[in-house]
Design a protein around this ligand. Structure first.
Ligand code: AMP
Ligand code: ZN
Length: 500
């Protein structure tokens, strides 16, 4: 059926075709670098990473922009409290964001524009809007967007236009407000002494001041699209659901009023929240966990990615210790099988066996799932089925072909959920090379061969446990015991076999 996404603009799943064949322009709203981004923010960034990777896996050349908001009320307040210019205050948080991104294996965007580097573009945008009569200067010297002058206002958030009263329904100078209270929003805030104190004010023909949050994204997206020769309309714009209103609604209003285009982005994708006991993870609610906290606790990026992708991006996800533990175990299991498969003796070409069907199913089902509005949970379920079936084939002593192993590797590449450091190669390292074929039930008599035999069975037992086949695991333990071997599971996931 081909690639399709749920477009917030139409509230329906639509086939995806970029405006320029083979190329995709994609803008994702980035972090406000006033603090460390939390794992809730990163749920959204990981969903965007999946989106980006799947588009690329589909052969599309993606131009991905993610802004860093480095001027806003919170930044000015915090920088002021520390007596630092905003640029100096935000710098360490920008660096931390990139470190966390790398830890979580998020593919870097092609550009990370910072708002304060695009002030000239923002000023031009405001001038354009003033010239068109859709913006006006208030008596407080700030410049506002007149939502009544833009008939499409409210389309993305399905705002009831009847509720927009004739004439200005009021105006708001903060960046956040709610849908029931749609008002003229600020484009440019007149400078106050506290802004000047932290170097957060710039000269403009309409008065000294600083940009509003929504303006930043419109100006930077349009500037970078132009630089790449990609027109004035994005193929994809994404962010968390909390950005639909007012942020994205306002981005559309400013951009479309300025360019005259009917769209700012043709497809809008929004990811649901990461919650903690049903409440959105947010600094405001004091319930945040950062990727660096998790990393310090020894949580691996593979497990975190698996945790996020096991819930569809449009469903809420509650972060619990149990869910995290299950994801760690799941990632370990996938890694263990990956190691076993990669080490397995390969079949010579031209002798197809059950692996061909196995590989076809993995590749086909993962593709079909991700094509279907990034259904990662379904893709992951396919991977776990493949682990179960693949282990069975290995236990039967059937050798896979190179092409089939490559299909598995490719299917995993987009989700990238294996433990760091090669996963399976370390997990079953008690097993050694003998783990590849299925050992026979009867132990060899020669001592060294016997030890290899025991190690191979110990590895098979670990695999059985990994797929939660405890009956088989117990059978192997008994088999080893009868042959004079004991197995011990270590905490770090390795096994030890000893002669008793
Ligand atoms: P901010 O730094 O607040 O502008 O947020 C950066 C991104 O994180 C935006 O796309 C938000 O929608 C997203 N976001 C914020 N909180 C959460 C959360 N609890 N779960 C998922 N995404 C979130
Ligand atoms: Zn934005």
């Amino acid at each position: 059926m081909g690639l399709r996404f749920y477009n917030t603009l139409s509230r329906s799943i639509e086939p995806f075709t970029p405006a320029v064949p083979g190329r995709v322009s994609m803008y994702t709203c980035g972090p406000t670098i006033w603090n460390y981004a939390h794992i809730g923010n990163f749920r959204t960034f990981l969903f965007e990473d999946l989106l980006r990777r799947w588009l690329e896996a589909r052969g599309l050349r993606v131009f991905h922009v993610m802004n860093l908001t480095d001027v806003d009320d919170r930044i000015i307040k915090e920088a002021g409290a520390r007596g630092l210019p905003i640029r100096e205050f935000t710098e360490p948080f920008a660096r931390a964001f990139f470190e966390d991104r790398d830890f979580l294996r998020i593919r870097p965007a092609h550009a990370y524009p910072r708002a304060t580097d695009f002030i000239a573009e923002m000023i031009r945008l405001v001038e354009g809007l003033l010239a068109k009569g859709v913006a006006y200067q208030g008596d407080d010297r700030s410049v506002y967007f007149a939502i009544q002058r833009f008939p499409a206002y409210g389309q993305l958030s399905q705002l009831d236009r009847r509720s927009l009263k004739a004439g200005a329904s009021g105006r708001v100078s903060t960046d956040e407000y709610d849908k029931e209270n749609a008002q003229d929003f600020v484009l440019w805030k007149a400078a106050r002494p506290e802004d000047e104190a932290v170097a957060a004010a710039w000269d403009a023909p309409f008065g000294r001041g600083r940009p509003g949050w929504h303006l930043e994204c419109s100006a930077m997206a349009l500037a970078l699209l132009a630089r790449e020769g990609l027109g004035e309309v994005l193929d994809i714009h994404a962010g968390g659901v909390d950005l639909i209103f007012p942020h994205h609604e306002d981005e559309i209003a400013q951009s479309c009023a300025f360019t005259g285009a009917s769209h700012f982005a043709r497809v809008w994708l929004h990811g649901e929240f990461l919650n903690v006991r049903g409440t959105k993870m947010s600094k405001r609610f004091g319930n945040i966990t950062t990727p660096r906290d998790l990393k310090a606790d020894g949580v691996d990026a593979g497990a975190l990615r698996l945790l996020m992708f096991q819930t569809h991006y449009r469903q809420k996800l509650d972060l619990t210790d149990e869910a995290l533990a299950a994801a760690r175990e799941g990632s370990r299991r996938l890694g263990e099988f990956d190691g076993r498969l990669r080490r397995a003796t390969r079949r010579t070409a031209g002798t197809p066996n059950a692996w061909a069907e196995w590989a076809g199913r993995v590749a086909g089902d993962v593709s079909e799932a991700l094509d279907d509005d990034l259904n990662a949970p379904r893709a992951i379920a396919t991977l776990f089925d493949a682990v179960r079936d693949g282990n069975r084939l290995l236990d039967q002593g059937l050798p896979p072909g190179d092409g089939e192993v490559a299909e598995w590797v490719r299917a995993l590449e987009v989700l990238d959920v294996l433990p760091s450091g090669g996963g399976g190669t370390t997990v079953s390292h008690g097993a050694g090379a003998a783990a590849e074929g299925a050992p026979s039930d009867t132990p060899p008599t020669e001592p060294e061969a016997s030890e290899n035999w025991a190690r191979a069975w110990a590895a098979a037992r670990l695999t059985a446990k990994g797929r939660r086949d405890f009956k088989e695991a117990d059978r192997i333990r008994d088999l080893l015991k009868a042959a004079g071997w004991s197995v011990r599971d270590n905490k770090d996931g390795t096994v030890e076999v000893r002669r008793v």
